[in-house]
Design a protein around this ligand. Structure first.
Ligand SMILES: Cc1cc2nc3c(=O)[nH]c(=O)nc-3n(C[C@H](O)[C@H](O)[C@H](O)COP(=O)(O)O)c2cc1C
Length: 184
């Protein structure tokens, strides 16, 4: 059976390069991985007051359930101001609470960072590693995936056209499947 992988995309933009890369990854994934995007754009900003006695906001519950049932988590994100988009940090915070009920605990994870620029969103990739370590998620260290100049790699329909990139990402996914098998 394929590992069930929750994919979180760090952009809400129509025509997002990151979402396009995530969708290509889902297509490239072979029989060992089944990738599904878990939406995070509707999550109210995390406020502990809403995790009290009354039921929490419905999107939080939906999100927590969708991540909980996954074997692993893959982040595909752009860089905002040399860090991760607030959208993604909010999703991490929502999933981490109520205290003691984190949905992230022990889930193997990997990061693909995406940028139209040359640096491949290195800053976002590495800032993201900091909360993931704290959240006790085994983060795949190698291979790393910094997708730079992404605008040159996709066609108008958002499909990856560059064979080298497809090969690189396929190898990345194969390594992730091995990583999940070791750490699940
Ligand atoms: C608020 C903001 C900050 C940004 N900061 C960076 C940055 O630090 N590094 C970078 O490579 N690109 C930066 N960008 C440009 C994004 O990489 C670019 O908009 C990219 O297309 C966003 O990803 P998406 O296509 O998945 O939405 C920034 C964009 C925004 C809106």
């Amino acid at each position: 059976m394929a590992y069930d992988v929750a994919v979180l995309v760090g952009s809400l933009r129509n025509g997002s390069f990151s979402r396009a890369v995530a969708e290509n990854l889902a297509t490239l994934a072979k029989d060992k991985l089944a990738l599904r995007i878990v939406e995070i754009g509707d999550l109210p900003l995390y406020n502990p007051d809403l995790d009290g006695d009354a039921p929490p906001p419905a999107p939080w519950t939906r999100f927590r359930n969708e991540v909980s049932r996954a074997d692993a988590v893959l982040f595909v994100t752009p860089e905002y101001n040399r860090s991760i988009p607030g959208l993604l940090k909010n999703a991490l915070d929502v999933g981490s609470r109520p205290y003691g009920q984190s949905v992230w605990q022990g889930k193997p994870t990997a990061i693909v960072s995406v940028s139209p620029g040359l640096l491949g969103a290195f800053g976002a990739n590495h800032h993201l590693r900091q909360p993931l370590v704290f959240l006790d998620m085994p983060v795949m260290q190698q291979p790393e995936a910094y997708v730079s100049k992404v605008g040159d790699l996709l066609d108008k329909g958002g499909k990856l056209t560059n064979e080298d990139t497809k090969g690189f990402l396929s190898n990345f996914l194969a390594a992730f499947a091995t990583w999940i098998g070791k750490h699940k």
